[in-house]
Design a binder for this molecule. Sequence first.
Ligand code: GLC
Length: 728
Amino acid sequence: MKLKAISALCIALTTLSTVAQTHKKLPYLNPALSIERRVEDLLKRMTLGEKIAQLNLRPYYVSQDSSVRAAIRAGRIGALLKANGVALNLSLQREAIESSRLGIPLIFHEDVIHGYRTITPIPLAESCSWDRVLVGQSAALAAREAASAGIQLTYAPMVDISNDPRWGRIMETSGEDAFLCSQMAIARVKGFQGESGYTNETIMACVKHFAGYGALLAGRDYLGADFSLRDLQERYLPPFQAAIDAGAGSVMCSYLAYNGEPVTMSRFMNTDILRGQMGFTGLLMTDWCTLTHAVSMGAVADGRQSALRGMLSGMEMDMSSSQYITYLEELVREKKVSEKLIDKAVANALRVKFELGLFDDPYKYFDLAREQRTLLSAESRQIARQMAISSMVLLKNNARTLPLAKERSIALVGPFASAKGHLMGSWTMMGRAEEVESVSEGFQAIKKDVLVADCPISSIGEDQIKAILDVVSVSDVAVVCLGEDANLIGEAVSTAKIEIPAAQIKLLKAVRAKAKRVVVVLFNGRPLVLDQILANCDALLEAWYPGTMGGSAVAQLIMGESVPSGKLTQTFPRHSGQIPLAYNFRRTFSRVNHADLNHGPQFPFGYGLSYTDFEYGDPTVSADSLPIGQGVHVRIKIRNAGGYKAREVVQLYIRDEVATIIPREKELKAFEIIELEPGQEKEVLFDLDSESFAMFDSRIKRVIEPGIFKIMVGTNSADVKSVDFKYY
Ligand code: GLC
């Protein structure tokens, strides 16, 4: 009997290996061949329907599990989003590999915006670190965790730019400046994708939303705005170009329009600009249902027209609208769309899967043990904590209230004193509230006797105020944790007011009247109007939504175990009536300000205090004037004149004194992070190439015009020292 079983097993194994070998013998499954050769071979084997399926990106809902599996087996789905976790994704992948005709692997997409299970600070917060290395590590951490959970592509980095804090998605941006946003985009693309090819710990980036989404009106999500070709070239495209040059594998379109045409079907944007001007060769996909939204916008009559215009514009993958899978086959049969154009899009969709190694090992991302040991690992938590510490911005510190000495009695109060879920902000992926370290937990790890009194975010009862005042009255200092409800930030959530609830201001005033010293820690996802908070505190730390490790990050900064180094990347207005407010408006001839409001921002771009004092020398240039095209060195000495070892973000801005296109007030062109011991002095060298002095002329062509440039170096965009430089 045993002999029979063994021989049956041998026959089965031989058959399997023969099938496998035969399978492997097919060129598209032969890893020894080039990706191009394999794509070419596979395309020849695919039916038109199977090709179009590769352009069909479908959301996964548990309630539709059986219909999704049936569609996978029928070869009708190329990619899934919102399916995550090894157990589920492995089972769905098996359906594709073992039950579909050609065994083309699925790819799993997700919105891993600032962490997968270990949630790092929101991207706007991370950008306030100005730390390319740390932001890259944060993205790499997100990639490791997402990849371990069966995800291969993330819809990040988001590189939109806005000057409107009313927009809920400003929390996803990296601030108002195109140069800084570009630097963050490069760091994140390399962090997600790795720098030496994809592994099972890296994922493909999808840079979004191409392009100009942040130009929307009144901060109201999806409310399209017209912006100029100059805006497009000067502000909105550079971060995409930086991400593409860094190797981003895919791009997602914007919900809005350019020049009155929905971007999702704009040939100018999707082909002329993205492919022609920017040289992007990866995969272009829509945002959620944009091919259907175009019908609601009145840009096309129906889904069939939308599919036609989208495909003809160069839009390749259809996220969740099903217009491509519904209409493209008939459009090809009617010769409205060439199969050659379909093949071009399908080739890009297949290339992504080949590059990620999914054809060579469709199960490489599905290891249950690896998932369990990777998610929320000690390494993840350490990186997330450091990212949170470096993202926070000290906005006020009168009489050196901070850091607090350990021996002082502390009352830790307010709606965010023990909050957990809110600290993750929006786009929280698989982050779990119970795994977030609250501020009170962070403090208790350093100082056991801190007194804690919580309250709700908006409706704070008299009894709760009394309980808070009771602990405040017996403490040396009150640390008041205030902020905005995390449900008021993120997609499709814009607010007309940008302030914390009145109940919190009432609480703060009551504490101010009772406490000896007041420190406010603020948790928010957008610039807020802070006048009432500033008037009722001695110190103010902007903590943003700091993520899973936010509690210990706040405690370490407040107690002086770490020193704040964050710098604002979004201007803070004094009043929402000032919106839009920016550090780099184009120059004008008069400062017409609001008659009823002191002009200028509450805090300018690049602003952030330290516990120490940095003294800046005068900047010098390697040459006062040079022929156009030559680079110039800028040097400046900075000394730590205070008592703390600390980091400083040294910022360099340029102002073109005269140009044929009205120049901006100033523009960020370089920055360096330095760390100085007390008393230490360091010379910072900026090596500026001529591109730093370039502009778009009246024909939107990149030129450098001769003339004088003011080079400004400082601790923020308003506090700078300058030196003139001339190009001739
Ligand atoms: C959303 C967002 C986009 C996100 C996508 C998938 O509507 O605009 O940023 O990646 O749909 O969730």
